[in-house]
Write a protein that binds this ligand. Structure first.
Ligand code: EPS
Length: 364
């Protein structure tokens, strides 16, 4: 028993969709809670004017009856309200009538740092838009909707997951991060940053050291690295541990199996150890620049400036929500594998039974 997630959708197409498989029956979903996470993802200082056009809301097409999962695939939709401005340019079928709105002319100026160049070469596109539309971070919206479902499942097991931005453009603290954003905006530049996700209530024993692909840290790292613009991932004290001695780097165990520290970030040998799971992701500066970088016009082969489109100055707070969703999804997947159950009550019972079994040796 595991969770599956398949998504589709272009940034300016009609909608983003997701199909979630492997959820137990009997899980109550709260539409307002899912929409609240979608709203959190859209907020944050430094987002583009596009966010004023979109008010993301989840629609459910299948797998749910009266707010309760049926144990069948759950189909989610988040519409792109901006699509009305791209009706002709992003029509799934051949467009009718005269070209109107946005996206009517081919893009031939690839942006360094974006999917543009590799995408057109890989897929044989002539219009860079055919690559950038799917590569866009817009589609993180539907991943956040899936993550909200995962968080609802984890809450039934007493697990909570929260993400926050810790650095923007090298600056820390709310004030510092805002100042850095303002400075980059007035220079017509962009920034990256760092986010931290913490999961509490995770029992020991999620993930496995049996195979590389089973390791919980490998799965969390892949999930975070799979988010647009993420270039580095750290679990616990990650990079800093490499510079320390073994006598300093590990989390000593006291009676009651309490740890003196959590430098491992809650995972040892790919298995959760009962401490809070701590994961960080680092995001590069956004590659759509108002003062474009040097590139080449793919239509002529001549030097040119990269595509200029409206852009966020930074989207680190959005990444915090997306990263939280990604970690929640991986934890929910690992929990489905460990506790199984077609009905939520079966899963909860298996979780309780397991906690009782280890309870004599593990604090709760
Ligand atoms: C994005 C570019 C911008 C962002 C978008 C991600 O969109 P546009 O090209 O339409 O101005 O606003 O993010 C979202 C729309 C969103 O909902 O997060 C990109 O190229 O990744």
């Amino acid at each position: 028993m595991t969770l599956g997630l398949a998504t589709a959708g272009e940034s300016h197409g009609p909608a983003l969709v997701a199909i979630l498989s492997g959820l137990p029956a009997g899980l109550t979903l709260d539409r307002a809670a899912i929409d609240a996470d979608l709203g959190r993802r859209q907020q944050g200082y430094g987002r583009s004017p596009r966010q004023q056009l979109e008010t993301d809301r989840v629609e459910v097409l299948a797998g749910l009856r009266h707010g309760v999962t049926l144990g069948t695939p759950l189909a989610l939709v988040v519409r792109n309200l901006d699509h009305k401005n791209w009706d002709w340019g992003m029509s799934p079928w051949p467009s009718e009538g005269e070209p109107a709105g946005k996206g009517t002319k081919p893009v031939t100026l690839p942006r360094p740092g974006h999917a543009d160049l590799a995408g057109v070469l890989k897929y044989g596109h002539e219009d860079v838009r055919n690559a950038l539309e799917r590569a866009s971070a817009r589609h993180t919206a539907v991943h956040v909707a899936a993550g909200a479902v995962a968080k609802a499942l984890l809450a039934e097991l007493g697990i909570a997951v929260a993400g926050r931005a810790t650095e923007v453009g090298g600056a820390t603290g709310d004030e510092g991060m805002r100042e850095a954003t303002d400075a980059a905006r007035s220079d017509r530049d962009t920034l990256g940053g760092i986010v931290e996700v913490v999961a509490t209530g995770v029992p020991p024993g999620l993930g496995s050291y049996a195979e590389k692909a089973d390791r919980l840290d490998a799965r969390i790292a892949a999930a975070l690295m799979g988010i647009q613009a993420v270039k580095a991932v750290e679990i616990g004290d990650g990079l800093a541990l490499a510079r320390e001695r073994g006598s300093q780097a590990h989390d000593e165990i006291d009676p009651g199996l309490v740890r003196r520290s959590n430098r491992a970030g809650g995972i040892e040998a790919g298995v959760s150890n009962g401490e809070a799971i701590v994961a960080r992701a680092a995001m590069k500066p956004l590659p759509t620049l108002m003062r474009p970088l040097d590139s080449v016009d793919l239509a002529t082969g001549e030097p040119a400036q990269a595509l200029v489109e409206r852009s966020d100055v930074q989207a680190v707070e959005a990444l915090a929500v997306v990263a939280e969703s990604a970690v929640a999804w991986e934890l929910a997947r690992a929990a489905r594998e460990k506790f199984g159950g077609d009905a939520l009550v079966d899963m909860i019972a298996a979780h309780r039974f397991y906690l009782a079994r280890i309870g004599e040796t593990w604090r709760r």
